[in-house]
Design a protein around this ligand. Sequence first.
Ligand code: ADP
Ligand code: MG
Length: 225
Amino acid sequence: MKVIELEGIRKVYEARKGNQTNALQGVDLTIEEGDFVAVMGPSGSGKSTLLHIIGLLDKKYSGEYRLNDKSVINLSENKRADLRNEEIGFVFQRFNLLKRTTVINNILLPTVYRKTKDDLKRALRLIEKVGLNDKAEHRSNELSGGEVQRVAIARALIKDPTILLADEPTGNIDSKTACIIMDLIKKINEEGTTVILITHEENVAKYAKRIIRILDGKIIKDETP
Ligand code: ADP
Ligand code: MG
């Protein structure tokens, strides 16, 4: 089944002095359920912009976007937020955990508005899954970069999303730790979650089933190695 269908996506950033940046210039992309896609391309090529659009974090673009066969273009702010909550987990490029908050509470952050009694159980299961059992009550500023990123992944999974998006999840960590992160993401994909991640590193992209290359806001290559 197709989970994501983008047709002719264009994104223009308007800068204050009237300068425009054509960040995406007509992107067509279909992603099937259960796929594992790596998005590659030089800095400034539009990767993060694309991921933000897919993640329903941006609505100022033109083109068509269907998520699970339904257009998201005209959704209200609330509907968009609900859909994002239900379907999407996001691991951001810059670690954005609350530094003074414990690991367990960082993972539970997306549930604070609508907590269910299973959330804590699920958080504990996720802590185990990312291998941080012994760190549950540590504050996140006491963790290494790799550990922080594992917490970010657990947090992205707390609402059981169907799609996991990650913007350079191994960008700021050493290559050995990167392998641990990528093994984890691979496992999450094998359990059925559709994964789309941005990376600069060919070693990281190798984990994916499909590699898309972007240049100047356009997809220039789409391969299944
Ligand atoms: P990548 O993630 O591939 O490095 P981005 O998607 O972040 O690229 O950016 C694509 C282009 O859009 C770049 O030229 C960047 O400078 C520009 N851009 C990104 N975000 C903004 C913004 N908030 N305002 C203005 N220009 C932006
Ligand atoms: Mg980026």
